[in-house]
Write a protein that binds this ligand. Structure first.
Ligand SMILES: [Zn+2]
Ligand SMILES: [Zn+2]
Length: 381
């Protein structure tokens, strides 16, 4: 185990390099890109080749035999390999480049040596490893460049404090995509069938998509606003939500940090009105995607000042104030789509051109690490 620990230590030290060792031309960015692409390729290949569709999310399974999907996986491996070679050429320390190449080659070996395993007999459970890979790949490719171009905190690296914990949060919620996606559906369908709003449901279901989407956002955010306020107000609920607020660094990863039970509760609370009001399934699916990307955006380390937009929509600055550790930031800005609700209910706080001085909860009561945070709400305080 010793050589493994040593490699892990070196790799982590390289990823967490200080700013001067990450400058353009140092081989750091190409090394990180190489590892990122190769790892995504490897995870996708593993999930494609694991029997019984155990590691593939059903949303992705139908695409696995698609030629474009296969080409995409090959491009990930080739791109990861190429970026790693660039890093090897540029950088004195070779661990980033070597890791990327080992990952890309492992993916190639698995593709060539293991027969296609996805059979017509899927297992009754699955863990969406491919969902995780695609999720991190896409959000990373969108948000990392924007965070580099207009950062709020300029010196903050991708591999800031507790980055591994937050990656693990993304991994768990991606693996559990099944439970998370289907849990609210049962009660939601029940509410839908019991809903006495028959005529309203019919009318809403007939509206064009472009109207349905903002209406869903308004309805979901209204319920989310009050549930979110309850999570702050009621002590035993706060113990769960405190995990989300324990983040001391804000970026595209930090929104994923949320206690498992809070995710389930929050999704159910926002899903119930959406399902009860009779929006079309397509509109709901688009909303889920929009809400996911939007949540990532408002946590991200983006220093945009959007003078007119921030009256209408929640911006990173608005939600960063919700996470601020300053006194004035306590219990403000509960909305996640429309600041209107905070204005209406007296919790709006957006000082012009100002950002919180820090993030997290005063005294930082929540322990670090996924498992400690999972147990935190159940511990005697
Ligand atoms: Zn909160
Ligand atoms: Zn948040």
């Amino acid at each position: 185990m010793k050589p493994f620990h040593e490699t892990h230590r070196k790799l982590r030290a390289e990823l967490e390099s200080p700013a001067p060792e990450r400058v353009f031309g140092s081989g750091w960015a190409s090394g990180v890109l190489g590892i990122g692409l190769s790892l995504a390729g490897l995870l996708l290949v593993i999930s494609m080749r694991t029997p019984g569709q155990l590691l593939t999310a059903p949303q992705i399974t139908p695409f696995q035999e698609n030629q474009w999907f296969k080409l995409g996986v090959i491009l990930l491996m080739v791109g990861g390999f190429a970026a790693s070679v660039v890093s090897l050429a540029l950088r004195e320390a070779k661990i980033l480049g070597t890791t990327g190449i080992v990952l890309a080659l492992s993916a190639t070996v698995i593709v060539q040596s293991v027969a296609t395993a996805n059979s017509a007999h899927p297992l009754p459970i699955f863990f969406g490893l491919d969902w995780f890979a695609i999720n991190v790949l896409f959000t990373g490719l969108i948000f990392i460049p924007i965070e580099r171009l207009c950062p709020q905190k300029e010196d903050q690296s991708i591999f800031r404090d507790e980055w591994r914990e937050d990656v693990f949060y993304v991994l768990v919620s991606s693996l559990m995509v099944q439970a998370l996606a289907f849990l609210p559906q049962g009660p939601g369908q029940l509410v839908g069938s019991l809903s006495p709003l028959g005529a309203v449901r019919h009318w809403i279901g007939g509206l064009p998509l472009v109207i349905q989407l903002p209406v869903i956002m308004l309805a979901a955010d209204f319920f989310q606003y009050w549930a979110h306020r309850a999570f702050h107000r009621i002590p035993w609920l706060w113990n769960f939500h405190a995990v989300h607020h324990s983040a001391q660094r804000m970026d595209w990863m930090s929104g994923a940090r949320m206690h498992f039970l809070e995710i389930i509760l929050m999704r159910s609370i926002t899903a119930l009105p959406v399902l009860a009001l009779g929006f079309t399934p397509l509109a709901v699916e688009i909303y889920v995607l929009v809400a996911y990307v939007y949540t990532t955006l408002i946590h991200s380390n983006i220093g945009w000042r959007l003078p007119y937009v921030d009256h209408l929509f929640v911006t990173p600055q608005f939600h960063h104030w919700h996470h601020g550790s300053d006194k004035e930031a306590i219990d403000v800005n509960f909305a996640i789509h429309f600041p209107l609700y905070d204005r209406l209910f007296g919790t709006y706080h957006l000082p012009k051109d100002q950002w919180p001085s820090g993030y997290g909860i005063e005294g930082h009561p929540v322990p670090k690490g996924y498992w400690a945070q999972l147990l935190y709400p159940f511990r005697r305080k």
